[in-house]
Design a protein around this ligand. Structure first.
Ligand code: FES
Length: 494
């Protein structure tokens, strides 16, 4: 039996099977809803209004015709596209000789957002940049949830939706500069190992279950038309190599962008998202990488009033004359708090004595009647920051150095770009000694893809870099649990 579901705001009517959920109907109708917990009824972020009542879409079973009002807004989503700005010689290799004005594309396939850079194949000039939220978020906020979905229901749904999204981005990017997709002759992609496997429809079982290794690590050269792209029939699709575990092609991109293996200073590069990937080393010690599951707390999932960094999010919190003040993206009424705001808020609440070293709160802190931070949020943040801090400590141990010996700390990715380093150090996510040595390097993964597109030798170098980067599997490290538990506490207030 089928029922009619009317999505009021979108002006869309959809026929849905009895017994399916409103979330499934939203997905089927192409509304791309947020479902950070993958529809398990745990995150409360898929709320819709039905008959004047707010209910979780994933738990609402269709048993009749419904009028559904969706409650989210994506306006003003901040997607980071700028990189570090490393200069690279233009040497793209041979591009389809029958195309007069060849185009190239570099794509950063992030768990949260996808960015496509369109480049002129004759000069290397960047012609346009387009970005979109990753539509796979309707199947879960992080790579573990999406992998579980793929294992249960098949990877084809997830790969189909991401291939369509990338293809659409390329269409928009070419349209923006009056060009045609058929002129694209080369695409270089990066993404973490899970995004890599889901895009290519490679089974993800070995990533989420022992041995926690990607099935395919080596750099790839494929035929773009076989992956749903409407580009030149001979266009090539390149993927940078995966390194190990969840340390994927995106980290290979970051290594290229930051020139990690040529640095003399002892450098730590951290890319913080739902996973924290980090690489430590320099030109003489070599590089060691690890990945730690920070969970989606920094992107607003699992935080009661959490949201991504879009219009309405409290993105910065500070103390002024002993009072807590905040800034809202878009300057309107706050709708929630995003990762950078949460980090600042907890750092300030620590300073005010509202939260103690163990993470216990005096009471819930209200920014407004509807936006607040409560005990459970502090606990989520502690889990996330401890995962990052433990990863850094174990990497240092592996290299035989103390965190204070790190001379430069590069932070890649959107969250790293917006966070206040002082707050990250105050809550113990990053080593306090490094507060003045932190440099944000923007979307380094995307920049790495761009570098590899512009210069074939850099693409070859990415193979070499991945091959010589040692991978530290934290899940197998007998000390991980102890270090992690130690890092749950907040540092003493200075
Ligand atoms: S509660 Fe519905 S997706 Fe999380």
């Amino acid at each position: 039996m089928k029922y009619q579901i009317t999505f009021v705001k979108e002006g869309k009517i959809w026929e849905a099977e009895e017994g399916t959920t409103v979330l499934e109907a939203e997905i089927a109708a192409g509304l791309k809803p947020d479902a950070p917990c993958g529809g398990r009824g745990k995150c409360g972020k898929c709320m819709v209004r039905i008959g004047g009542k707010d209910v979780p879409a994933c738990q609402t079973v269709i048993q009749g015709n419904l009028e559904v009002e969706t409650l989210r807004g994506e306006a003003g989503e901040q997607i980071l596209t700028a990189g570090y700005g490393r200069k690279v010689t233009f040497h793209p290799g041979e591009l389809a000789p029958d195309v007069d004005r060849p185009l190239m594309a570099a794509v950063d396939l992030g768990s949260t957002s996808v960015v496509a850079y369109l480049l002129d194949g004759r000069t290397g000039e960047q012609l346009s940049v387009k970005s979109v939220l990753n539509p796979q978020r309707q199947y879960g906020a992080d790579v573990v949830m999406r992998s579980s979905y793929a294992l249960e229901k098949g990877a084809d749904i997830l790969s189909g939706c991401i291939r369509r999204a990338v293809s659409e981005l390329l269409r928009e990017a070419t349209k923006a500069c009056g060009r045609s997709q058929e002129e694209i002759v080369k695409i270089v992609m990066v993404g973490n190992s899970c995004m890599h496997h889901l895009f290519l429809e490679i089974p993800v079982d070995t990533l989420v279950l022992a041995p926690y290794e990607p099935k395919v690590k080596e750099a790839l050269e494929l035929k773009a038309s076989e992956y749903g792209f409407m580009v030149h029939p001979d266009a090539k699709l390149f993927w940078l190599p995966n390194i190990g575990g969840f340390v994927g092609a995106d980290t290979s991109g970051c290594l290229l962008a930051a020139d990690m293996d040529r640095r003399e200073k002892m450098t730590l590069m951290v890319d913080i998202g739902t996973n924290g990937e980090m690489v430590l080393g320099n030109s003489s010690t070599g590089l060691t990488a690890c990945s730690t599951a920070a969970g989606p707390a920094f992107e607003g999932a699992k935080i009661t009033c959490g949201m991504r960094g879009s219009a309405g999010a409290i993105d910065h919190v500070y103390l002024e004359d002993g009072n807590l003040r905040f800034h809202v993206i878009g300057d309107g009424e706050p709708q929630g708090i995003c990762g950078s705001g949460l980090l600042d808020a907890v750092a300030c609440l620590r300073r005010m004595g509202w939260v103690d070293e163990s993470g216990r709160m005096k009471e819930t802190y209200y920014f407004t009647q509807n936006v607040f931070v409560e005990q459970k949020d502090i606990r989520e943040l502690q889990l996330a920051k401890a995962a990052i801090a433990a990863g850094i400590r174990l990497l240092c141990r592996k290299k035989g150095i103390e965190p204070g010996n790190i001379e430069e700390l590069l932070i890649a990715g959107a969250f790293g770009n917006y966070l206040d380093p002082a707050s990250a150090c105050a809550i113990g996510m990053l080593p306090g000694e490094l507060k003045d040595r932190i440099v944000s390097i923007g979307n380094a993964a995307g920049e790495g893809a761009r570098i590899a597109a512009l210069n074939t030798e850099e693409f070859e170098r990415s193979r070499e870099l991945a091959g010589k980067t040692e991978f530290l599997e934290l899940a197998m490290d007998p000390d991980f649990q102890d270090v992690y538990v130690d890092e749950l506490e907040f540092p003493e207030e200075e």
